[in-house]
Design a protein around this ligand. Structure first.
Ligand code: HEC
Length: 280
């Protein structure tokens, strides 16, 4: 269920505040993988997720509509999608497999609107073995299980399933990347020792995160060898000279960095930072 667009752009948009702007709650998750069965309204219900897939924001609301009126039910959640037809004599389809947790302490009434809305606490999803916290990059499947009545008597039914792919954790320049550039490397001094001011290759990252960020993100090299290349293009690893110079033994210009040594920090943090939109 990996959607290539989501991990790259959701965190970026969320950081810019575009997804969580009040009044314009962003829709999250997808419900196409397991449809609902018509309930006593004559139609299947519909489930929608709102909020953010960035786990640390803890902002996920589930909404279900087209439910029978004045009916009781609660949400269930699990790690994997599934499709079990008519479980336990219900008229619907259970869209979750694996260990299923129940929000049994949060029974909701569909009221006269035939709708429910529920705010999920990502730090404590129910599971058969106790509460669990959502981690970045995990997928979770949510579904609403409710009472219903058919001509043959009382039964239960389910909303369609909603699967939410939570975003990867995006490193930030000030917390995660600058410390890598400012620390001593293996058999080589810190990047900013050679690229502080009057830097080699014309690259001056200065001595503060703010200076370093300005020198790298969307900034072009003007050196004879690498000139015209951009050091960091947010979201584009292949176009980012910084990543080329760190990850390739034979970069497109000059030598691999740090010169004559090895990087002491984690190159994957730099990769995830660029892919995640290179936030400050
Ligand atoms: C011992 C000094 C030294 C260290 C330490 C060093 N560099 Fe360099 N760097 C150079 C020299 C010399 C050049 C120019 C020649 C070349 O590109 O190979 C250069 C070039 C570069 C360029 C290309 C600049 C341009 O516009 O042409 C980048 C990007 C770069 N270094 C990044 C880094 C990073 C990131 C680190 C730390 C992991 C680092 N360097 C560590 C000496 C150093």
């Amino acid at each position: 269920m990996k959607n290539l667009k989501t991990p790259l752009f959701t965190p970026l948009l969320a950081l810019l505040g575009l997804l969580s702007a009040p009044g314009a709650a962003a829709q999250i998750g997808s419900s196409g993988f397991c449809s609902g069965v018509a309930n006593s309204t004559g139609n299947p219900s519909e489930i929608t997720g709102f909020g953010s897939t960035v786990v640390s924001q803890n902002d996920v609301t589930l909404s279900v509509t087209s439910l029978p009126q004045n009916s009781l039910g609660y949400f269930i959640v699990g790690p994997d999608p599934g499709a079990t037809f008519n479980p336990g004599g219900s008229t619907g389809t259970l869209c979750i497999s694996g260990a299923i947790g129940r929000y049994a302490g949060n029974v909701l009434n569909t009221g006269t609107s035939g709708a429910v809305s529920f705010s999920v606490d990502l730090t404590a999803l129910p599971s058969p073995t106790g509460n669990v916290a959502v981690l970045p990059t995990e997928d979770w499947v949510f579904q609403f299980w409710h009472r219903d009545t058919t001509p043959t008597g009382p039964t239960s039914n389910f909303s369609p399933g909603l699967i939410i792919d939570f975003a990867p954790l995006v490193p930030t320049f000030s917390d995660d990347i600058w410390p890598i550039l400012a620390q001593s490397n293996i058999n080589a001094p810190a990047c900013i020792t050679c690229h502080g001011s009057g830097g080699f290759g014309g690259l001056n990252m200065g001595f503060t995160p703010t200076m370093g960020y300005a020198a790298l993100v969307n900034a072009q090299s003007s050196s004879p060898g690498c000139g015209g290349s951009t050091y960091v293009v947010p979201g584009d690893l292949g176009a980012s000279l910084l990543y080329d110079k760190l990850s390739n033994a034979t970069p497109s210009c000059g030598s691999q960095m740090p010169l004559n040594g090895a990087l002491a920090g984690d190159i994957n943090l730099i990769r995830d930072w660029i892919l995640g939109g290179a936030p400050f």
